[in-house]
Design a protein around this ligand. Structure first.
Ligand code: SF4
Length: 178
């Protein structure tokens, strides 16, 4: 029996919409399940990012110091790292705070727009980076899959090609409704 591809997915500074689109693969998930083992994901119960991952889909930008630690660990343990969706590719929505900086954003949200409990959270939350960053500014990215979110067809096509050892042709995304 051939060994299954070890697949991981993670979301960093994202809205989970890319993962929701992944679930929209629907019954084709069964086709994938014959060829891949999901070894780490919000969809499974693994607590630690494992070693020797073949493909990791990374949703979201890098928004905190914790995201930086995570993406470095992912990169060290992943053969093919995929920037999964526009937030991972360009920083997209999270980067809308970039012109103002982290401090001004936190003050606006937690002090100026809060009426009952005005305080900037400091315990149990990671520190915001000054700017939200796309993945490739911190680590090498092997494949960029744009879309907000990428369509289910795009995701299925991309994974199917990668599993077969081919580079997906994402130059004509419109045929997938992305
Ligand atoms: S690319 Fe769009 S759907 Fe995906 S995490 Fe960002 S905002 Fe959400």
């Amino acid at each position: 029996m051939t060994e299954k591809i070890r697949l991981a997915t993670i979301w960093l500074d994202g809205c989970s919409g890319c993962h929701m689109s992944f679930l929209d693969i629907d019954q084709r998930m069964l086709e994938l399940a014959e060829k891949v083992e999901i070894v780490y994901s919000p969809l499974v119960d693994a607590k630690e990012f494992p070693e020797n991952v073949d493909i990791t889909l990374v949703e979201g930008a890098l928004g905190t110091d914790e995201d930086i630690q995570k993406i470095k660990k992912i990169r060290e343990n992943t053969r093919l790292l995929v920037a999964f969706g526009d937030c991972a590719v360009t920083a997209n929505i999270p980067s809308m705070r970039n012109p103002f900086g982290a401090d001004a954003t936190l003050k606006k949200v937690y002090l100026e727009h809060e009426s009952l409990n005005q305080q900037i959270p400091s315990e149990g939350v990671p520190a915001l980076l000054p700017q939200a960053l796309p993945l490739h500014q911190m680590v090498k990215v092997d494949l960029f899959v744009p879309g907000c979110p990428p369509s289910a067809d795009t995701i299925f096509y991309t994974l199917s090609e990668l599993i077969e050892g081919r580079v997906p042709d994402l130059t004509t995304l419109s045929r997938f409704g992305a």
